[in-house]
Design a protein around this ligand. Structure first.
Ligand code: ADP
Length: 666
C-alpha cells in the first residue's frame, strides 16, 4: 500500500513536471462537473415544494430563472475548464512522448543496446497501446477520483437530513418507515450497497485490468511483425524470395487467436459483475423509495424533497462506485507506472564526465535546433573537427597559434590536432553484459600522433569492440584508455566525441536529406559537404542529386534509393565532414566494387593526411599502406608491426591470414 502510494505520488510529480498546472485545473473542472447535477436535483425539489406550498408565479419564475442561470454559469465554467484541461492534457502527452523518446538519446550506448532497456521501452509502448496502462491510467483515474470525491460530498450535503426526519406515522407500516429504526436500516442498506459496489467494481476492474495485461505480450509480438515485416518495404525482398509470407501470416493469425480468448473472458467478467451490482442497486432503490415515500406521506417533509433525497442518495452511491473503481484502477496501474518511472529515472545515477557514452541531453532544448555560432557570409558552420577548441587541452601549449583563427581558416585548414594526439590502450579487458567470454583481453598498445594503423583479425577477434571502447560507447571492465596520458573517462564528453570520425560496419544513414545526414543537423555547410562526398568517391552520383535530396522514400516520395556501396561512401563522407582528428574506418569498403574500393584506398592516404587513422579491414592487401598493423585474435593482441615485418614471421597469425587470402588473387 505504502509502496503503491509512493509510486502514484511519483507519477503525479511526473505529470506536474511535464505539464505544470494540469492537475489543479483537473480539480477545478472536477468540482464544476460534480456540482452540476446537484443544482438541478436541489432546485427541482425546492420548486416542487414551492409549488405545493402555493408560491405565486413571480416566485416560481424566480426559482426557474435561478436554476437556469446557475446551470448556465456552471456549464459555461465547466466547458471552459474542460477546454483548459484538454489543452494542458495535449501538452502533457506530447511532453511525455518527447521525454520517453529523448531518453533513448540520453542513455549510454551500453544501456540502449541492453536487453533490459529495450524490453522496458517496448513494455511501456505496449502497455499504453493495450488499454492506456501507464500515464493514461493515472491521469484519467485521478480526474474521476477527484470528481467522485466532490460528488460524494455534495450528495451527503443534500440527503443527510433524511436520517433525522423521523416521527410517528399513521398505521404500523408507515410508522415503521418513519421510525429511527428505518433510518438506521436505510443507512445500513446504503452502506451495504456501497460495499457490494466496492466489491464488484474493484473485482471486475482488477480482472479486466489483468486480462488486458495478458494481451501485452501478444500485442508486443504482433507489433514486431507489423513494424518489421508488414509496415516496411525493406524486408519485402526476403519475404518474397524466401516465401516467408505464409509463415508470417500464420504466426500473426495465431497471435490474433490467442488475443481473442482474453477478450471473450473480459466481456464475461464485465457482464457478471455488473449484474451483481444491478441486483444490489435494485434492492437499495426499492427501500429508498419506500422509506422516503412513506415519510413524505406521513408529512415529515414535502413531497418535492423525495427528488432531492432519492437523487442525492443515487449520486452518493454512484460517486462511491466511481471512487472504488478508480482506486482499483490506480492500484492495478502501479506496476506500469513503476516501469515508466524506472525507465525515465535511468542513467541519472551513473552520468559521468568523459566519454561514458551518454547521448545528448534533449530535455533542455525541446523541439528546436539552434543555428551554430559563427555561421554567416557563406563560410563554414562551426567546425566540429576543431576538438582543440572545445575545451579539451589536446595540443601542447607551445604548438598553439598565438593569433585567433577565423572561422573560415579553421574550416579550410586541415585538422592538425592529431599531430599532438597520443592514444594508449593500457591493459584493457572487456566482456559484453550478459556474456561469459572476454571480447577484449588485456589489450595494450599505443597509437602515435598522426599514425596510420591497421587492425586485422578473423571475425569475432575483437576489432569492432576495440573501436567501440575507444569511442566511449562502452567502458573497459579493466585497464584504461588514455588520450595524451589522461583517462578518456575523465575528459569532457563533447570534446571527446569530436575527436572521432567513425564509419562502423553497420553504420546507419537516416531518411533525411543528404546534407543533413552528413552534418547530423538541419543546418549544414554545403561546400564542406560536397567536398566530403567528393573525397569519399560519391562525386559522380552527387551530380544527379543535390544535398537536399532525401535518402530513401520513408518521408519523401522523391527520395532516392541508394545501393549498399553508395551508402558506404556517404557514411565515409559523414565521417570526413566531421573533420575529426581521428578517422576510424571499420570495414570501410566491404560493400564497394573493386574499382570503387581502389579509388577509396587511393584517396585514403590523402584523406587521412594530418589525421590519426585506424583501418579495420578483411582485405589484407588494403592494410599494406599503413605504417603499423595490429593483429588481434580472441580479443588479444597477438602480433604487431609493418606488413613486411609481419610477413617475415611464417608461423604468425598475419602470415596465415595473408596467405589464406592471397591464394584467391593469384
Ligand atoms: P570483430 O569486429 O573482430 O569481428 P567484434 O568486436 O564484433 O569482432 O566481436 C568480438 C566478440 O564480442 C565476438 O565474440 C562477438 O560475438 C562478441 N560481441 C560483439 N558484439 C556483442 C554484443 N553487442 N553483445 C554481446 N557480444 C558481442
Amino acid at each position: 500500500m505504502r509502496k503503491n502510494l509512493k509510486v502514484i505520488a511519483g507519477g503525479i510529480r511526473l505529470i506536474e513536471g511535464l505539464a505544470p498546472g494540469f492537475l489543479p485545473c483537473c480539480v477545478l473542472q472536477a468540482c464544476m462537473t460534480a456540482l452540476s447535477p446537484f443544482i438541478n436535483i436541489y432546485l427541482s425539489a425546492a420548486l416542487v415544494n414551492g409549488l405545493l406550498a402555493g408560491w405565486d408565479m413571480a416566485r416560481l419564475l424566480e426559482g426557474v430563472l435561478l436554476m437556469a442561470v446557475l446551470n448556465l454559469v456552471c456549464g459555461g465554467l465547466g466547458a471552459w475548464m474542460e477546454r483548459l484541461v484538454n489543452v494542458k492534457q495535449n501538452v502533457l502527452f506530447q511532453q511525455y512522448d518527447w521525454r520517453l523518446d529523448s531518453k533513448m538519446m540520453e542513455l549510454s550506448y551500453r544501456e540502449v543496446e541492453s536487453y533490459e532497456v529495450q524490453a522496458l521501452r517496448e513494455r511501456i509502448r505496449q502497455m499504453a497501446n493495450v488499454n492506456g496502462m501507464g500515464l493514461w491510467n493515472l491521469v484519467n483515474p485521478v480526474k474521476a477520483l477527484v470528481n467522485s470525491v466532490f460528488t460524494i460530498l455534495f450528495a451527503v450535503a443534500i440527503f443527510c437530513e433524511i436520517f433525522v426526519q423521523c416521527g410517528p406515522g399513521a398505521g404500523a407500516l408507515t410508522g415503521f418507515f418513519c421510525s429511527v429504526w428505518a433510518s438506521a436500516g436505510l443507512a445500513a442498506l446504503i452502506l451495504g450497497n456501497v460495499c457490494v459496489n466496492l466489491y464488484t467494481v474493484s473485482r471486475s476492474t482488477k480482472k479486466v485490468f489483468a486480462a488486458y495485461a495478458g494481451l501485452v505480450p501478444i500485442n508486443q509480438v504482433y507489433s514486431y511483425y507489423l513494424e518489421n515485416y508488414i509496415d516496411t518495404y525493406h524486408s519485402g525482398k526476403d519475404i518474397r524470395l524466401y516465401r516467408q509470407g505464409d509463415l508470417i501470416r500464420s504466426e500473426m493469425g495465431q497471435l490474433l487467436e490467442r488475443g481473442r480468448t482474453p477478450m471473450k473472458r473480459l466481456k464475461g467478467i464485465e457482464f457478471r459483475y455488473s449484474g451483481l451490482g444491478s441486483l444490489a442497486g435494485f434492492a437499495m432503490n426499492l427501500s429508498i423509495y419506500l422509506t422516503v415515500g412513506m415519510r413524505a406521506l406521513a408529512g415529515l417533509f414535502p413531497v418535492g424533497s423525495i427528488v432531492q433525497y432519492v437523487g442525492g442518495i443515487g449520486q452518493f452511491v454512484s460517486g462511491f462506485t466511481t471512487f472504488a473503481a478508480q482506486i482499483t484502477l490506480l492500484n492495478s496501474n502501479v506496476e506500469a507506472l513503476e516501469v515508466i518511472l524506472q525507465y525515465l529515472g535511468m542513467g541519472k545515477e551513473t552520468g559521468k564526465g568523459g566519454l561514458t557514452g551518454r547521448g545528448d541531453s534533449l530535455e533542455k532544448d525541446n523541439l528546436t535546433e539552434k543555428e551554430p555560432e559563427g555561421r554567416g557570409n557563406g563560410s563554414s558552420v562551426g567546425s566540429e573537427g576543431a576538438a582543440g577548441s572545445a575545451g579539451l587541452q589536446l595540443r601542447p601549449a607551445e604548438s598553439r597559434s598565438a593569433e585567433p583563427q577565423s572561422m573560415e581558416s579553421r574550416y579550410m585548414e586541415p585538422v592538425d590536432v592529431a599531430e599532438s594526439l597520443e592514444i594508449e590502450f593500457r591493459g584493457v579487458s572487456f566482456t559484453y553484459p550478459g556474456t561469459e567470454s572476454k571480447a577484449l583481453d588485456n589489450l595494450s598498445f599505443a597509437i602515435r600522433p598522426g599514425e596510420k594503423l591497421a587492425v586485422v583479425g578473423v571475425n569475432g577477434s575483437g576489432k569492432t569492440t576495440m573501436i567501440k571502447l575507444l569511442c566511449g560507447l562502452y567502458e573497459p571492465d579493466r585497464g584504461e584508455i588514455l588520450v595524451n596520458g589522461e583517462d578518456i573517462r575523465e575528459l569532457d564528453q563533447e570534446a571527446c566525441r569530436k575527436l572521432f570520425g567513425v564509419v562502423f560496419q553497420d553504420f546507419q544513414l537516416f531518411s533525411f536529406g543528404l546534407g543533413q545526414n552528413l552534418a547530423g543537423s538541419r543546418i549544414y555547410d554545403g561546400e564542406r559537404a560536397r567536398a566530403a562526398l567528393e573525397e569519399a568517391g560519391f562525386g559522380a552520383r552527387l551530380a544527379g542529386m543535390d544535398l537536399e535530396t532525401s535518402l530513401y522514400k520513408d518521408f519523401d516520395p522523391q527520395g532516392v534509393e541508394i545501393s549498399g556501396g553508395e551508402a558506404q561512401k556517404i557514411a565515409i563522407a559523414r565521417a570526413l565532414y566531421r573533420q575529426a582528428p581521428i578517422l576510424i574506418l571499420d570495414e570501410p569498403t566491404a560493400a564497394l566494387d573493386p574499382q570503387a574500393e581502389y579509388e577509396v584506398y587511393e584517396k585514403l592516404n590523402h584523406i587521412s593526411e594530418n589525421r590519426t587513422a585506424i583501418f579495420i579491414s578483411h582485405r589484407m592487401s588494403s592494410c599494406r599502406f599503413c605504417g603499423r598493423i595490429l593483429v588481434l585474435d580472441g580479443g588479444r593482441l597477438v602480433q604487431e608491426g609493418s606488413h613486411e615485418e609481419l610477413l617475415r614471421d611464417s608461423g604468425g597469425r598475419y602470415f596465415a591470414l595473408w596467405h589464406a587470402q592471397e591464394q584467391y588473387y593469384r
